[in-house]
Ligand binder design. Structure first.
Ligand code: GLC
Length: 649
């Protein structure tokens, strides 16, 4: 939309910065003009009443220009290549892994030598858990950042991070890191200045002289870590104020009603973008806007803020996609892709936490009905955006899916969740799982689940009792869970260690900086001697690694599994089996997963719905052909098996 005063202002700003708007800076200038009206209106929505709105908007424009000026030619070329491809992150050729650099291989310097491990597996996208400066012992795994631009000595240097990025880029690998947008460490420079009494920096946080407002806020705010960090405010002796700390007491929430905070963090976003980051993981975006009397989560302003970030990133770093790490209910998560005019224009990627949790639900119950009941909401995702699909990650498993999905499947929501918690914490007598409850809320009895993929699938107990049948069964469960994650649509993100079956590591209990947080049980320190067993046929490591490798290579080969909104769930002819169809032109791929400990039977009629009936099916996983039988006959699935059946008509 043409806007005389705004466009004039931009022209002046570009001239002042000596941009060559008709030549080498033309694409940037075009994008800036194209997005300017949205940027201005989103900005006014958030800061229109702020006394410093004019000067802060000027600063924002300057931040965009600086970001462009600092973007290397090679990154600008990469932006163009990605833009020509369209939404490059929908591809079936990308598979990711998330890892802690120090626990994986010591430090950043050792990473290049480990790239072969990923290439061997087929992983070409890495999520490095936070590497920026964070106080030891009060770091929340790096999510309490004291300097957003200095790599923590434990990991190495910024130069080492940059050279890793270059090496990855040469190998066509993608890189993701976090921007911890919601809070800083209490040792961040801004926090130190606030503690020292500087009112400018006290305004970077939510700080109060007494408990009057904190008490009111807390009435509506759910607690995130009720066991280790109850409440949402912490008393700061140094300045005698209460500061908002939604997560741990050492993580101070940033005050985004202050435009100076927004501008400073936007500048940091571009600092990361210009390191060559392909996807930026925006940590905890659901929490970035607070308002008294609300839960302070998923507020409309949080969405405006994310949209503003997206519009700005599109102008100065268009090749960088945004992942919103919102672990929220299905109806809420959809809003992070944008709504209304902004549909598909907020976050490009979000975690499919609901699907992840529902796979664990089905594994514990042997029943896929709750998973199926949730799909209507999940299928609302706009075309052009995608999920991170995952089975496990560094965090706990939350059971935050809708009660309505549980009820629709015929269960009582409270009893059902209680069963899941008992099952995975190993309390239930028939449970093979060894996990633990995380963040139990004594008031509500809510709890989440910690534990590694292998331990939750029963491998830890099976190995302890050295029972070959149980070991086999747990390996089958691991692979079936991973297969569904890899074929359901989205960017699959494996968690390091799961590719070789690491069970829980209880050594965190001996470290006082970690013992209060049992999520550390599923964040292993890699033992490269154990990993070397992937070359010894028949070892657990080899079995899991080679099968995961095969799944990834199948995914790369089958372009039908790119996330083009081409998924249809099959009629549930058998409640133990989750089944969906991926389609492209005249091609069909049936993906079926048997969550039962027993053999399951599927009527051949299942393969005759949704268009022309299939005559023959080729299972890419077992490499076997099946002739489709009569409707009263069955396709038979072994316990915890899966199949990837391509139809020929
Ligand atoms: C995100 C991270 C989690 C961290 C929290 C606070 O949810 O995934 O590990 O504790 O943010 O930063």
């Amino acid at each position: 939309m043409y806007n005389y005063s705004l466009h004039n202002r931009i022209n002046e700003c570009c001239a002042k910065n000596q941009l060559d708007t008709g030549g080498k800076d033309k694409l940037f200038f075009t994008r800036l003009i194209a997005n300017a009206t949205s940027i201005e209106s989103l900005y006014s929505e958030l800061y229109g009443n702020h006394p410093k709105k004019e000067i802060a908007f000027e600063e924002l424009l300057q931040t965009l220009i600086n970001a462009h000026k600092h973007r290397s030619t090679s990154l600008q070329q990469k932006d163009n290549t990605k833009e020509k491809k369209g939404n490059w992150f929908l591809s079936n050729e990308i598979t990711g892994m998330s890892l802690y650099v120090d626990r994986f291989c010591g430090n950043l310097k050792n990473m290049p030598a480990k790239l072969g491990h990923f290439e061997n597996l087929g992983v070409n996208f890495l999520h490095l858990m936070p590497v920026f400066q964070s106080p030891a012992g009060e770091s929340d795994g790096g999510y309490a950042v004291s300097d957003f631009r200095k790599v923590d000595e434990r990991f190495g240097t910024l130069e080492e991070l940059q050279s890793l990025q270059k090496e990855m880029q040469e190998k066509n690998m993608y890189l993701m890191i976090d921007i911890v947008l919601n809070h800083t460490s209490h040792h961040h420079e801004w926090a130190n200045k606030a503690k020292a009494g500087d009112p400018v920096y006290q305004d970077y946080f939510y700080m109060y002289d007494d408990r009057y407002l904190p008490d009111q806020f807390e009435q509506a705010m759910p607690e995130i870590f009720p066991e280790s960090s109850p409440g949402s405010f912490t008393y700061v002796q140094a300045c005698r104020k209460w500061v908002m700390t939604v997560f741990h007491n050492y993580q101070w929430d940033l005050n985004y009603t202050n435009p100076a905070v927004f501008n400073a963090m936007l500048d940091t976003i571009f600092f990361y973008a210009n390191l060559g980051i392909d996807i930026l993981r925006i940590d905890a975006p659901a929490f970035i806007w607070k308002q008294l009397g609300t839960t302070c989560q998923n507020l409309p302003e949080a969405h405006s803020l994310l949209r503003l970030i997206k519009q700005c990133v599109q102008v100065a770093a268009p090749g960088m996609a945004l992942l919103g790490e919102a672990i929220v209910a299905p109806k809420e998560i959809m809003k992070y892709f944008g709504t209304g005019l902004y549909s598909g224009k907020e976050c490009d990627v979000a975690y499919n936490a609901t699907q992840m949790a529902l796979q664990w639900d089905a594994l514990a119950t042997g029943d896929t009905r709750v998973m199926l009941a949730a799909q209507y909401d999940l299928l609302q995702k706009p075309f052009g955006s995608t999920w991170i699909t995952y089975t496990r990650c560094h965090d706990d498993i939350g059971l935050g899916f809708e009660d309505a999905s549980i009820t629709a499947a015929g269960f009582n929501a409270y009893e059902h969740r209680k069963y899941l918690k008992d099952y995975y914490s190993g309390v239930h007598p028939s449970s093979p799982a060894s996990g633990a409850l995380f963040s139990i809320n004594p008031k509500t009895q809510d709890a989440r689940i910690s534990g590694s993929l292998a331990s939750l699938c029963g491998l830890e107990k099976a190995l302890a009792s050295n029972h070959p049948y149980d070991i086999d069964l747990s390996v089958k469960k691991i692979l079936m869970m991973q297969a569904q994650t890899l074929f359901i649509g989205g960017l699959p993100m494996l968690f390091y260690g799961d590719e070789v079956g690491y069970t829980n590591d209880y050594s965190y209990l001996n470290d006082s900086g970690k013992s209060y947080d049992n999520r550390w049980m599923h964040r292993p320190v890699i033992d490269w001697q154990k990993n070397a067993r992937i070359t010894e046929t028949g070892t657990i490591e080899e079995r899991i690694f080679s099968s995961t490798q095969k799944l990834i290579s199948l995914r790369k080969k089958l372009s039908i599994v790119a996330d083009r909104k081409n998924i249809t769930w099959l009629t549930p002819h058998n409640i133990h089996v989750a089944g969906f169809l991926r389609t492209a032109n005249d091609k069909k791929l049936y993906c079926l997963f048997n969550y039962s400990s027993k053999v399951s039977y599927i009527t051949w009629y299942s393969f005759k719905e949704h268009g022309a009936a299939s005559k023959e099916l080729y299972d890419h996983w077992t490499e076997r052909k099946h002739t489709v039988g009569s409707d009263h006959e069955y396709f038979v699935m072994e316990p915890y098996s899966f199949c990837l059946l391509e139809a020929s008509i």
